[in-house]
Design a protein around this ligand. Structure first.
Ligand code: FES
Length: 283
């Protein structure tokens, strides 16, 4: 076949092919312009939007876009106008979590600081005088001596509850005075020289209140059986010493017991008065 013949056949074939391609592309564009989606696109949309409701607004927008492609106009929905902001009613809103936490922390901090401040003030506040732990005025010399003198001969113990103290007369003869000077000193000895010894009711063993015993005329602790004579010197039992005692102060005509300054009782074996057992024990 000559080249002229080939060219003569090829040209009509190419023209025919070009016509087919052009016709096909026009058909596809028309189809796209009318809003028809390809199968692949439909499948993808179905996968991503499965189950998702399509709003009327979206449908309208899609329709208008399709129309615009074939010569219509796109109708864009009017954007909604933003509402004017107005502050919410606090009563309606209530308390938010942040507000609650802020208020709770401030309240707790205020309470803690108040308690701390109150404790400091209480610590620094001057203590009232006159109660146990301070100097306790128990009466005038005359009234105290009346109490001692009026105590029953069967008891011979003078108790002053406000000072938690037995104020006992101390024998004033030379022998007891000399014996006392050998054992006692300071304010306790000064009290003895004035004729008094102030015994703390608290047992030096483990702290029980020690009552007097009318029959033995001793102090006898009911807890573990420690016994002391009338001036608080240990006679028996587990106590490590005699009864502790307070200074006695004479201020003018007043008798004061300084319950804030106790001194330890005399050591075991002290016996300045020689008072023996005068009857059966109570404990
Ligand atoms: S507490 Fe008094 S003897 Fe033990």
């Amino acid at each position: 076949m000559s080249s002229g013949t080939v060219i003569a056949i090829a040209i009509p074939v190419l023209v025919a092919l070009a016509a087919v391609v052009g016709f096909t592309s026009l058909r596809r564009r028309d189809a796209q312009g009318l809003g028809h989606l390809s199968r692949e696109t439909k499948k993808r949309d179905a996968g991503s939007l499965a189950g998702a409701p399509i709003s009327d607004e979206a449908k309208e927008l899609e329709r208008s876009v399709a129309l615009a492609r074939v010569g219509g106009e796109i109708s864009v929905p009017e954007p909604a106008q933003p509402e004017v902001w107005s502050p919410p009613d606090p009563e309606e809103v209530g308390v938010t979590r942040r507000q609650f936490l802020n208020r709770a922390s401030i309240t707790l901090m205020t309470m803690g600081l108040s308690a701390f401040g109150a404790a400091n003030i209480a610590f620094l506040w001057p203590r009232p005088t006159g109660g146990f732990g301070s100097k306790v005025k128990i009466g005038t010399i005359a009234s105290v001596n009346d109490v001692i003198a009026s105590s029953s001969p069967a008891t011979n113990f003078s108790y002053f509850s406000e000072a938690q103290t037995y104020l006992q007369p101390f024998p004033m003869d030379d022998a007891t005075q000399q014996a006392a000077e050998a054992v006692y000193s300071g304010t306790v000895l000064e009290g003895i020289k004035m004729g008094y010894v102030a015994l703390w009711q608290k047992c030096p063993h483990l702290g029980c209140k020690v009552p007097s015993c009318a029959t033995s005329q001793w102090f006898e602790c009911p807890c573990h059986g420690s016994q002391y004579n009338r001036v608080g010197e240990k006679k028996a039992g587990p106590a490590p010493r005699g009864m502790d005692r307070f200074p006695v102060i004479i201020d003018g005509d007043k008798v004061i017991i300084d319950t804030g300054s106790p001194s330890q009782g005399p050591p075991i074996g002290t016996d300045t008065t020689g008072q023996g057992l005068e009857g059966p024990h109570c404990a």
